[in-house]
Design a protein around this ligand. Structure first.
Ligand SMILES: Cc1ncc(COP(=O)(O)O)c(C=O)c1O
Length: 375
């Protein structure tokens, strides 16, 4: 047998064969290499344009001399700080290499090829990947069409209707990426009340810190009431540490115990642990970022208004705009101008582009490039 005779697809797990890899935003260096543009701007991965905060940066630098050693596998200090922050026992926390890692652990712990996971259309793309990778079935509920709830947003009634005997996990992104839509406390609570006892409900709150509406719930407060609730959070967004990869889950301690069984040892590295501990203390940086984000959102949506472009109302650090034609072409046109945003055709949104809120000058550069491409 020659190497050419091997069909590795036949050897791979069936769930993996059908997977399409997650498509990340295009890196600046890649665009600069490919198109020869200079000073490219990346508004494509919902990163914090102001990060990292000064305290997190100091903390990361101060531990660099220790990186020949493994970190503390339990992430003791970070876990203690998070427990204090959320007023839960340390045993309720599971650390992840980004919150994606935690979402993946949840799928590995609770799903098998005999089980199903429910999520909404337009929901964050990692859910179907994690579900399929373990060979479980994904059931996708239609999103709101605008008549009974915000268009593109999760329709919790439609999701509940798909929950059956074999459902083990429901994924809810609040707010959701790429739509920026969100759920109020009362509707989410009513949904949790309706869930049968064999269903774990994951509420993914990657953009939690950005949401300022008082009807938006802090579901970490609900853990005692809903033992099958798992809340995920991240340091990648408002805390400005996307490159270090730190996220975590809050759950019933027994659930955390199960997640920790599949967690890789040392999944959060030494530098990341130190930076995350410091980032939690830097409340000024966080408050500033939330304020800048609000202003940046206003800057972008005002620009969309001037160009008569509809957009999906968002509470995150990004917004999806309807460019009124094949967004892939507009995306390419923006790339030639050195502006990277995210096309979302893979989400079934071929006319939308998702734009991360940048610094004021980056937002301006995007708006004028968009105007140039569209006219
Ligand atoms: C809704 C949502 N959940 C989770 C994540 C994962 O982020 P991380 O793995 O960096 O924590 C993202 C990142 O874009 C997201 O948009």
């Amino acid at each position: 047998m020659t190497p050419a005779d091997v069909d590795f697809l036949e050897l791979a797990a069936p769930g993996v064969c059908g997977l399409t890899p997650y498509q990340p935003g295009k890196p600046v260096a890649e665009l600069e290499r490919e198109l020869g543009v200079r000073n490219a701007v990346k508004l494509a991965s919902n990163e914090n344009p102001w990060g990292p905060g000064p305290q997190a940066l100091d903390a990361a630098q101060s531990v660099m001399r220790q990186i020949a050693r493994y970190p503390e596998g339990s992430g003791y200090q970070l876990v203690e700080r998070l427990a204090a922050r959320h007023d839960v026992a340390p045993g309720c926390i599971t650390l992840g290499n980004g919150s994606n890692d935690v979402l993946d652990m949840i799928a590995r712990v609770f799903l098998t090829p005999q089980h199903e996971a429910v999520f909404s259309r337009y929901a964050f793309a990692v859910y179907p990947i994690s579900v399929q990778a373990v060979g479980a079935s994904a059931r996708e509920a239609p999103a709101h069409d605008g008549s009974r709830g915000p268009a593109w947003g999760h329709d919790l009634d439609a999701m509940a209707a798909l929950v059956g005997r074999d459902t083990r996990v429901v994924f809810i992104a609040n707010p959701n990426n790429p739509t920026g839509t969100w759920l109020h406390a009362d509707e989410l609570e009513a949904f949790l009340e309706r869930m049968p006892p064999h269903v774990m409900v994951v509420v993914d709150e990657a953009y939690f810190e950005y949401v300022e509406d008082e009807r938006y719930p802090d579901t970490s407060r609900w853990l005692a009431r809903y033992p099958r609730l798992i809340v995920t959070r991240t340091f990648s967004k408002a805390y400005g540490l996307a490159g270090l990869r730190v996220g975590y889950a809050l759950s019933h301690p027994q659930v955390a115990g199960l997640l920790n069984r599949v967690r890789q040892p040392f999944n959060v590295n030494l530098v990341a642990q130190a930076a995350a501990v410091a980032a939690l203390e830097d409340t000024q940086f966080l408050a500033d970022c939330v304020r800048y984000n609000r202003a940046g959102m206003q800057q972008l949506v005002s620009g969309f208004g001037r160009m008569n472009l509809p957009y999906i109302e968002s509470v995150g650090n990004f917004v999806a705009v309807d460019v009124g034609r094949a967004a892939s072409e507009v995306y390419q046109g923006l790339l030639r101008q050195g502006v990277i945003v995210r096309p979302v055709a893979n989400y079934g949104m071929p006319r939308h582009l998702r734009v991360t809120i940048g610094r004021p000058e980056e937002n301006e550069r995007f708006l004028s490039a968009l105007h140039a491409v569209l006219t």
